[in-house]
Design a protein around this ligand. Sequence first.
Ligand code: MN
Length: 204
Amino acid sequence: MTVYLHEGDLPADVLGPGPVAVDSETMGLNPHRDRLCLLQISDGRGDEHLVRFAAGHYDAPNLKAVLADPARLKLMHFARFDVAVIHRFLGVWATPVFCTKIASKLVRTYTDRHGLKDLLRETLGVEISKQQQSSDWGAATLSDAQKEYAASDVRHLHRAHEVLAERLAREGRRHIAQACFDFLPTRAELDLAGWPETDIFAHM
Ligand code: MN
């Protein structure tokens, strides 16, 4: 199990086939203001790859090809944000996508704790630290704690996906989850186009 840090793009052919876990770190939560600093990706075989971007340098052909590959499922937690940020900065739609937060909301109806930390603790018995979440991801040098935090956000998504897919099937909610996942690029586009707080389906 190794955490690799790459500058500017993913090297060619470092990922095995199949679904990839994806997460991103930004300067903040406003995709218009806050730039993409780091994108984490893993094929679930034990290594995590961190791709770091200098401001204004988002020409990453290998990474974009993987993210936009229609044959590769992208596993994300709160995909709404990552899909928007990836589209804003890398110019590709990271689809098809499975969002572990949406899946969690559809099956873990006995709790309102759908953060990644709580989800992983309950479904996998895994503890991750969220201490570095709010840190300077644009810094010239990332600390070991930042790298470990960033990697741990994608490390367990394949196993979480397995558990959640099983529970969605058990509860008869696979179709509604899939429809939500399919809507994610549209939700992200609404966020980016100026309707971030609006429930487009609401009466008022
Ligand atoms: Mn993260």
